[in-house]
Design a protein. Structure first.
Length: 347
């Protein structure tokens, strides 16, 4: 639901068997169990699954394991929708000081960037944010035992600023040394390819032909591509679009030579507009990670890093990518938690 200040507030799930439900979906009374099993099993299953699907559309698509168990007990059949819950320990086992470090307002404020479709976008049916980053944020809030508040932005730069300025408690960004001054990053959870797009009749045929005198390269302002290419390009001139999703439109309007961005977004824009093509290969691999303000301390940074490694190892990240239909991204390889130095995560 949306709070008074316009932020999305996501209620955390209960793990108590006596309250095994998602808000708005209640299990049938125990006294009716035998009737469900023996009289109208198919109708009962369909009704429960319909409620689940409606809830998934509203809240981003995660079914608590405890609810899955409840449905099985009532109907004798597991729901057809996948369970993507991360394992959630009892919040009472987490140091209260650590919870306070992440959620000083009593809620976990997660900065969500809708400018990168691989991480998050709006559900076309509900308008609510959904995606891999939303799923990870929801799981982390549940782990802390606090409510989740989504602080939504249309560009990476704005999302980074919210965490750096402590208007948000966690965020999802490409690892970059410049951003690491104020943000402690985990290791990457997803790897994304950065690609170039040109016109069909462009003389540019390979990535190493882009950096030439007089050529205009369009990037999303404050994006990982902006930061990287600002350092790497020596001859071409960079033009900054207000957001990453508007890069190709800016490229067309300004008659630039190259558009740079997420391969998936560029492919969609090429199909939408026609007369465009992507160059083979990639000019960079972006390491997408979670981050929290450095002021929250090394213990908080290490806790967040451990959460990311667990989500990769458990298959949660891979399942989320598949469920949201994400292509052009892969799960980052595991990192030895003991080898992660909180002071050097941004490097």
């Amino acid at each position: 639901m949306r709070s008074a200040n316009g932020m999305f507030v996501m209620p955390t799930r209960t793990t108590s068997p006596s309250n095994a439900c998602i808000s708005g979906i209640s299990p049938a009374p125990a006294s009716h169990t035998s009737n469900v099993d023996q009289v109208e099993p198919l109708r009962a299953i369909a009704a429960i699954e319909t409620q689940l699907e409606a809830r998934l559309l509203r809240d981003g698509g995660v079914i608590p394991s405890i609810l899955k168990k409840t449905i099985a007990e009532q109907t004798g059949r597991m729901p057809r929708l996948p369970v993507l819950d991360p394992p959630i320990p009892n919040p009472m086992t987490i140091d209260p000081h650590l919870v306070s470090a992440f959620a000083p307002t009593g809620r976990l404020r997660a900065s969500i960037n809708l400018g990168n479709p691989i991480l998050a976008n709006k559900d076309p049916a509900t308008g609510l944010p959904r995606g891999v980053s939303v799923d990870l944020a929801r799981g982390f809030a549940a782990r802390l035992g606090v409510e989740l508040e989504l602080v939504v932005f249309d560009a990476a730069g704005k999302s980074v600023e919210a965490v750096a300025d402590e208007r948000a408690d966690i965020g999802f960004f490409a690892i970059d040394l410049q951003r690491g001054v104020h943000i402690a990053f985990t290791a990457a959870y997803v790897l994304i390819e950065g690609s170039y797009l040109v016109r069909e009749d462009s003389p540019i045929r390979s990535n190493d032909e882009v950096d030439r005198e007089g050529r205009l390269v369009v990037v999303g302002k404050g994006s990982a591509y902006d930061l990287f290419l600002s350092r790497e390009l020596r001859h071409a001139h960079i033009v900054r679009s207000q957001t990453s999703p508007t890069v190709v439109d800016t490229f067309v309007v300004q008659r630039a030579d190259v558009a740079a961005g997420v391969r998936q977004q560029l492919e969609a824009d090429a199909a939408r507009l026609g007369g465009l093509r992507l160059l083979d290969g990639r000019f960079m691999v972006i390491q997408q990670a979670m981050g929290t303000p450095r002021s929250r301390g090394d213990e908080a940074a290490a806790f967040l890093s451990a959460y990311v490694e667990e989500m990769k190892a458990s298959g949660f990240v891979a399942a989320a990518l598949a469920r949201h239909g994400i292509e052009g991204a892969s799960v980052a390889p595991p990192v030895d938690r003991a080898a992660i130095d909180p002071a050097a995560r941004a490097i």
